[in-house]
Design a protein around this ligand. Structure first.
Ligand code: ME8
Length: 545
């Protein structure tokens, strides 16, 4: 097929192993909220970790702009669609920049670099006969901009399964993609690649629906004489009366952005991070489109669940979204890292929804951060100041000594963090990293250096204990830096160690940073401010109105 990238031209040189992570591109009909921030945070954390591990990372997010709802909202606001899209895309960019996200690009589907390639992909599909003109009649879910089959519509009482709004019976002359043609190949791919759709529950859901068989799907809009919608969208090649259906346009972003000479090597994506609401498009329609174009398939589609609020779905009508004002208020009071930690460790990765709760936030903040890594670090640094004038004491000679549990714990933690991250198990990775700092606390309680130090004859032993502690804190900080970049950067700085750069990478790959014994006797360990001051749950919720 005619791709923008010409493989005969010289390959851009990069010898590092590539890693490509994406988020959904978000509709610009509305403002960003915690759900959008969450998916993008997951991608940011994975991207930072992979960069720190020495991978050549490309992290993509962006906005999906050719939606009918953008055109209608813009009209309500007395703006043109692009004015409305500009305004809201700006809000997404601003929100993501404030949260320190390290996306390498931000695609807006109204940009010509995307539109030109989408036109080219669809033209190829038309020329190959994978897209054809036909007539479609189905149940249109206006709130989700998708057609539902008769069975699904009936199952949900002819209401949108997502928003509960009425479905409308609609007939259109449309261009169709021959989805049915790819059913067997898709099924084989899912069965042969157990990691393709994650988590397991979502894979089973897709397999269940595939048992009903696939029907061809419309890929254009406008055949119903719906001039307004067709006018806001990418033209169907060779047919001015139709525009390309917003979902097809949007899915292609993952490919169009890297379909350039410099970036081609990033394809296929390592992981598309999405939520369960858009699983079908990503796990079924997208891979079939890619197969039709002769492209490699993404290695993993990971669909997390939803953030909910007090047990209820967040929605505009309930007005219970955790919006950017609330997010900003949490960050202002506790720091961005604290919010990152709460979302990452308590969020809806896996198959169950997660409730956003202030009480839980305070509990987790105090347990993991204030009394966890924060307290372990300050205990160790304070003792090094009290007993060793702020200089790293000498280590014992044998790191395999059975009385020294920490070197082994640090090795295991580094291994587990890496293994979990490779499986998109961010929660598992962070709990392994935090486990190392908890092990420091336990070791201090067991060995009681503060008691031993009362007798000057014990100072060598106290030094040995504190060496293992500070070295473990150093390694835990490296491992936690993808989740807590600011605070772990401060902590590493206090130990005179390399700090993560703005994109999360270090000057050296993580493997060598996590090797035991980088701190040398005599290295200055400075006292910093408390990293995570205790939170008081009696304070009103940040941003409460
Ligand atoms: O669906 N909890 O855009 P969208 C967790 N443009 N994540 C949530 C969430 C919640 N309560 N609400 C939203 C679209 N999200 C299309 C995508 S991709 C080619 C096109 C996140 O603005 C989650 O990632 O409705 C979900 O999949 C996405 O926002 C939907 O964003």
């Amino acid at each position: 097929m005619a791709l923008a990238y010409n493989p005969l031209m010289s390959e851009p040189s990069t010898t590092r192993d590539r890693f490509y992570v994406t988020t959904p591109i978000y509709y610009v009909n509305d403002r960003p909220h915690v759900g959008h921030c969450y998916s993008t945070l997951l991608a940011d954390t994975v991207a930072r970790f992979m960069r720190a591990s020495g991978r050549d990372v490309f992290f993509l997010t962006g906005t999906d702009e050719h939606s009918e709802r953008v055109a209608s909202r813009a009209a309500e606001e007395g703006m043109t669609p692009i004015q409305w899209a500009d305004r809201n895309a700006g809000l997404f960019k601003e929100a993501f920049a404030k949260l320190g996200f390290t996306n390498d690009d931000f695609i807006r589907t109204t940009e010509s670099r995307h539109k030109d390639l989408v036109t080219r992909y669809v033209r190829t599909l038309l020329e190959q006969g994978d897209v054809y003109l036909g007539e479609y009649s189905g149940w249109w879910d206006h709130s989700q901009e998708e057609y539902l089959t008769e069975t699904v519509a009936r199952e949900h009482g002819f209401k949108s399964p997502v928003t509960g709004k009425d479905l409308v019976k609609r007939t259109e002359k449309n261009y169709f993609f021959r989805l049915a043609r790819y059913q067997d190949r898709l099924l084989r791919h899912i069965n042969e690649n157990p990691g393709f759709i994650r988590p397991e529950a979502r894979k089973n859901e897709v397999l269940g629906r595939l048992r009903d068989g696939l029907q061809d799907v419309p890929v254009s809009r406008g055949g119903a004489g719906d001039g307004g919608a067709a006018a806001w969208g990418i033209r169907m090649p060779g047919d001015e009366g139709h525009s390309i259906y917003v979902w097809i346009d949007a899915l292609f972003n993952y490919l169009s952005v890297v379909d350039t000479r410099e970036r081609r090597g990033y394809w296929p994506a390592d992981v598309h991070l999405i939520a369960k609401d858009i699983l079908w498009f990503h796990a079924v329609i997208w891979p079939c489109l890619l197969m039709a174009l002769g492209e490699a398939l993404p290695k993993c589609v990971y669909a997390h669940s939803f953030w909910i609020r007090e047990g209820r779905k967040m929605s505009k009508s309930l007005g219970n979204f955790i919006d950017m004002e609330t997010i900003d208020a949490y960050c202002a009071r506790y720091g961005t890292d604290a919010l990152r930690w709460y979302l990452l460790t308590q969020g809806p990765m896996g198959a169950t929804d997660a409730d956003f709760s202030y009480a839980k936030f305070v509990e987790v903040y105090n347990a993991d951060l204030a009394n966890g890594i924060g307290n372990a670090a300050s205990r160790v640094v304070n003792m090094i100041h009290k007993y060793f004038e702020g200089k790293c004491p000498p280590p014992p000679s044998d790191s395999d000594d059975n009385a020294r549990p920490l070197p082994g714990r640090a090795r295991d933690a580094a291994f587990r963090v890496s293994a979990c991250m490779g499986e998109n198990d961010i929660g598992g990775a962070l709990s392994a990293a935090l486990g190392l700092s908890n092990a420091v606390d336990v070791f201090i309680n067991d060995t009681t250096p503060f008691k031993l130090a009362k007798d000057p004859a014990n100072m060598e032993r106290v030094g040995h204990i504190l060496y293992d502690c500070v070295e473990s804190i150093r390694i835990a900080s490296v491992l936690l830096s993808c989740a807590l970049p600011e605070k772990m950067g401060m902590l590493l700085g206090m130990m005179g160690q390399p700090v993560p750069m703005d994109d999360g990478s270090f000057e050296e790959p993580m493997d060598s940073l996590c090797a035991w014994g980088r701190l040398n006797p005599g290295d200055a360990i400075t006292m910093g401010e408390g990293l995570f001051p205790r939170a008081d749950g009696a304070d009103p919720e940040p941003g409460a109105r």
